[in-house]
Write a protein that binds this ligand. Structure first.
Ligand SMILES: N[C@@H](CCC(=O)N[C@@H](CS)C(=O)NCC(=O)O)C(=O)O
Length: 208
């Protein structure tokens, strides 16, 4: 299998954490987003929306969307599971993952930022305010949805942590204060000491 990835992509970062948690060895092929490599027709043929990550299977079949890739890896290698056992807690962990993946992350994605700049003339300060607004509002909701113990939904990392930690990385990158999010900070501290999260960190990738 090949994972098309970029060190600073928070969607790919989610998948890297899942790979490390499950102890899988998957070749990683960087697609440099700032150089526009995602728009190269050869990559677009693999991922029509021209975003990372994409997982290419050994038989050439392709899976796009980080959460679909993570579901596939979880089905392929069920141990350790990525969702808590109790159905309601599993649904709550998935809801946090979807809050991040659907309600926060897309609003500050590179192509959205580029559209705000090129199509609507947004200046750097406006872009910074836009990013901070959606990340802060979204993480405030996540803060209310999690119950650290020490991970977002229990003693083991779940899909919620896989999505939360890359979003916290983005929050820090774009100077979004986390002072009002003590639960998120405590999950972040638990994950920072976990080897799978360390291995998946953007700065630990060869293309960083
Ligand atoms: N919902 C997608 C989001 C993927 C995504 O937006 N990836 C970003 C990097 S985090 C990207 O490739 N952006 C390229 C661009 O906007 O041109 C997923 O979860 O896989």
């Amino acid at each position: 299998m090949i994972l098309y990835d970029y060190f600073r992509s928070s969607a790919a970062y989610r998948v890297r954490i899942a790979i490390a948690l499950k102890g899988l060895i998957i070749e990683r092929r960087p697609i440099h987003l700032l150089r526009g490599e995602q728009r190269n027709p050869r990559y677009r043929a693999k991922n029509p929306l021209a975003i990372v990550p994409t997982l290419e299977l050994d038989d050439g079949r392709l899976i796009t969307q980080s959460l679909a890739i993570i579901d596939y890896l979880d089905a392929l290698t069920p141990d350790p599971p990525l969702l808590p056992k109790e159905p309601v807690v599993a649904a709550q962990a998935r809801a946090v993952a979807l809050t991040i993946a659907c309600e926060i992350h897309p609003l500050a994605n590179l192509r959205v930022i580029e559209a705000l700049q090129r199509q609507f003339g947004a200046k750097d300060a406006q872009i910074a305010a836009w990013r901070r607004r959606w990340i802060a509002e979204g993480l405030a909701a996540v803060e209310a949805l999690i119950s650290p113990d020490p991970f977002a939904f229990g003693e083991k990392p779940s899909l919620a942590d896989l999505c939360l930690i890359p979003q916290v990385y983005n929050a820090r990158r774009f100077d979004v204060p986390l002072d009002d999010c003590p639960r998120i900070q405590s999950v972040d501290a638990a994950c920072a000491a976990h080897p799978a999260f360390l291995a998946a960190h953007p700065q630990a990738q060869p293309d960083a």
